[in-house]
Design a protein around this ligand. Structure first.
Ligand SMILES: [Zn+2]
Length: 312
């Protein structure tokens, strides 16, 4: 009987200590290079998350209220230790709200859907005032406008001059919009931009999916070009995402692929995007850390003095 009491006591002690150790363990830091404050158009409540290819059905209902969206995103960032995120918004007021909520954690930027909006001069002022630290997402492909359209020149020139990270939608898939063109998203179209702006810090969302050969060509030829994984971590079948990512890794590009969730109005998808990388059977621990964190540190020119890993 005495032995049993001692055993029980030891078990309770062990359990308490164990759960204490567990809660003290903070996950390793993550940088999310692709978030949005919402979508450019109003979304009906209950709109399910995107998926491809049809027929398919999304599994997460949209968070419509902007304040709730910010709150949920921050909660998930805390849970997964996302220490920094590039967030692209559609109106300056809302972008400011995100920045105010967590000044050190957001790299704020204005979405560009149509060239001329926002006005380049207005952007320059906001950048000078410290309200914006990035450019894009440049999403003009959604309107059928390719990246090498001269109308985008002033934006690239501004970003190059100010040394800003630039996120661009140049790939084969996108939202179902009347003017969207897959052909306007061929990564080869970036060549004109990269030649004209050799110092531009450009990264391509979804790693240019599914233009694998074109993306490899661009990344081999232009060492300054990076990619993020964004939506393909959750919008296409997991096996297809793994096929694509593994090809890029096998091509030797593991040091220039960054994590991004592209959560839009479904912040829960951040967790799914993280899980997709964590569970990738072909990635080593080091390759996962590079994608989650190290590659973004290099791309964003962050260093120890930025103390990013402890920014909360
Ligand atoms: Zn996006």
């Amino acid at each position: 009987m005495k032995n049993l009491v001692v055993l029980l006591f030891l078990m309770i002690l062990f359990q308490n200590n164990y759960s204490q150790v567990k809660t003290n363990l903070k996950p390793e830091p993550i940088i999310d290079m692709h978030m949005h404050t919402g979508l450019p158009h109003p979304v009906p409540p209950g709109t399910l998350s995107l998926c491809r290819p049809e027929p398919c059905e999304g599994d997460v209902a949209a968070t419509i209220d902007p304040a709730a969206h910010l709150k949920k995103t921050l909660e998930i960032m805390d849970r997964y230790n996302i220490v920094k995120a590039f967030v692209s918004g559609f109106d300056l007021q809302n972008i400011h709200k995100w920045k105010t909520a967590a000044p050190n954690r957001f790299i704020t930027s204005h979405f560009i859907l149509n060239p001329g909006k926002p006005d380049v001069q207005k952007l320059r002022e906001e950048i000078s005032a410290g309200n914006l630290q990035g450019m894009g997402e440049i999403g003009t492909q959604l309107m059928g406008i390719p990246p090498n359209d001269p109308k985008l020149e002033p934006y690239f020139a501004l970003a190059e001059g100010q040394d800003l990270p630039v996120l661009i939608h140049t790939l084969g898939i996108g939202p179902y919009m009347a003017n969207f063109r897959s052909a306007a998203g061929n990564p080869l179209l970036l060549e004109d931009v990269l030649l004209k702006h050799p110092k531009l810090r450009l990264y391509v969302e979804n790693a240019g999916y599914p233009y694998k050969e074109e993306m490899i060509a661009m990344m081999y030829q232009y060492p300054q070009l990076y990619a993020d994984v964004s939506t393909i971590t959750w919008v296409i079948p997991r096996t297809e995402f793994y096929n694509y990512l593994e090809s890029l890794i096998k091509a030797g590009l593991g040091k220039r692929i960054m994590f991004g969730s592209d959560q839009m109005v479904w912040p829960e998808k951040i967790a799914e995007a993280i899980e997709a990388i964590e569970q990738a059977p072909f990635l080593t621990k080091q390759q996962k850390r590079d994608i989650f964190y190290n590659n973004a540190v290099s791309f964003l020119h962050l260093d120890e003095s930025d103390n990013i890993a402890s920014q909360r």
